[in-house]
Design a protein around this ligand. Sequence first.
Ligand code: MG
Ligand code: ZN
Length: 213
Amino acid sequence: MTNILGDNDAAAQQNRQLLADHNVLAVDLMGSPGCGKTSILERVIQQLKGLTIRVIEGDVATANDAERIEAAGAEAFQINTGGMCHLNAPMVRRAMDKMDLAGTDLLLIENVGNLVCPAAFKLGAQYRFVVSSIPEGDDKPEKYPVAFRTSQGVILNKLDLIPHSPFDTEKFWDLCGQLQPHAVQFAISCTTGAGITELCQWLTEQHSQLTSA
Ligand code: MG
Ligand code: ZN
């Protein structure tokens, strides 16, 4: 296991360098099946018009999500993991090699729906976001601490379902803060569009810091 992770880390470091060489901001989205990762990508693609976005879609099987991304207006690169429950850095590299990196500003990577092993595999993205949603309950950070500890951002999705749920928002953010005090936090709804503007602004700011550095 240590060797597998060591090899993966080396490949992730190469990905990171390749992204930096081309001024590409990359964000890895990790979350349970059904938390709304693909819907978030659709919303961002539709609203963030200033940056050229490309998407890597990790799925165990099917290209359904990649088709949704293309319909939203971004080029999608499908990775079918063939049963594996996470993406790793070499898979991401193979997709990056097919991509016009020089013509890409923002690379969004949708990891396989899973909160356990994706946390152990760095992909080379500058940021990892963990996505959690209201119906999953407010104790997700307690149950999957590694996912929250190793993420630089947290997105709480399906905010529109708050009135129908016992979800304790304050408790959720407290738990997140205990695990990773520096993570940037967004509360959003892909149904109403709440919070999407803020997320798009943040992505734009990170990209301009990258290109001005
Ligand atoms: Mg999806
Ligand atoms: Zn896995």
